[in-house]
Design a protein around this ligand. Structure first.
Ligand code: ADP
Ligand code: MG
Length: 250
């Protein structure tokens, strides 16, 4: 689903990604951990077609991000083709980014109606199912301001699911939440993982990563320092940088 080989990305003269190698297989949960500023969000943005890479190769859902192959050559994708590929990728942000003037259900229906051109009644039925799945069946008519942070983030997850994504990206989905609300969001993510959803999760939740991830990767200064079995990477890391990071967050 994701295959990054030597992915390089610079902003001006700063090389933020210095050759990222990372793979996410179908049905896998890969957790990406690392200090702030190491390039985790930039990498997710590249996977989600929000940034163009400057070097290496990045395949998502079998396609080169930003390019298409025709007669053996790579061509830059049009905005329209990019939008079509992005529709298969769900992303959940640290700040929930819900439309404030729309109800929970309307937020969940938006993508299917606008992008997939589904009928409103059909999108509403599916939206209710998805709100039920994240434990918010009774909040369909609530506005974001009437919901807790944990509830808003669960609406954001339902909204991402409404597009039937092949891949879900999470960028520190619990970092903006009060501690007592973190668990309800992690529970929903755990259910999705158990259902076989393919997920790439940037998180500082070491316990979640250890329990749920198939692969944990530790990133620092634009490179993957080590990756593999979460019990090893997070329980008995080989690299000093991983050890000192874990000592700080645990
Ligand atoms: P992380 O998510 O690991 O905290 P980021 O990917 O957000 O790291 O940022 C990595 C580095 O890239 C930081 O130094 C940040 O300032 C820089 N950066 C990120 N986005 C941009 C941008 N659009 N323009 C310039 N620099 C950026
Ligand atoms: Mg970030």
């Amino acid at each position: 689903m994701v295959d990054a080989r030597g992915v390089v990305k610079s902003f001006g003269s700063t090389q933020v990604l210095q050759g990222i190698d990372l793979a996410v297989q179908p049905g896998q949960v890969v957790c990406l951990l690392g200090p702030s500023g190491s390039g985790k969000s930039t990498f997710l943005r590249c996977v989600n077609h929000l940034e163009r890479i400057d070097g290496g190769r990045l395949l998502v859902n079998g396609h080169d991000v930003g390019y298409e192959k025709r007669r053996g050559k790579l061509y830059e994708l049009s905005e329209r083709r990019i939008a079509r590929r992005r529709a298969d990728i769900g992303m959940v942000f640290q700040r929930f980014n819900l439309f404030p003037h729309r109800t929970a259900l309307e937020n969940v229906m938006e993508g299917p109606v606008v992008v997939r051109r589904r009928a409103r009644t059909e999108a509403a039925d599916r939206g209710r199912e998805l709100l039920d799945r994240v434990g918010l069946a009774d909040k369909a008519s609530s506005y974001p301001s009437q919901l807790s942070g944990g509830q808003q983030q669960r609406v954001a997850i339902a909204r991402a699911l409404a597009m039937d994504p092949r891949l879900l990206l999470f960028d520190e989905p619990t970092s903006a939440l009060d501690p007592e609300l973190v668990g309800e969001v992690l529970d929903v993510m755990r259910d999705l993982a158990a259902d076989g959803m393919t997920m790439l999760v940037v998180t500082h939740e070491v316990g979640f990563a250890r329990e749920v991830a198939d692969v944990a990767a530790f990133m620092a200064d634009g490179v993957i320092v080590e990756s593999g079995d979460p019990r090893q990477v997070l329980g008995d890391p080989r690299h000093e940088r991983t050890q000192s990071f874990l000592a700080r967050v645990l």
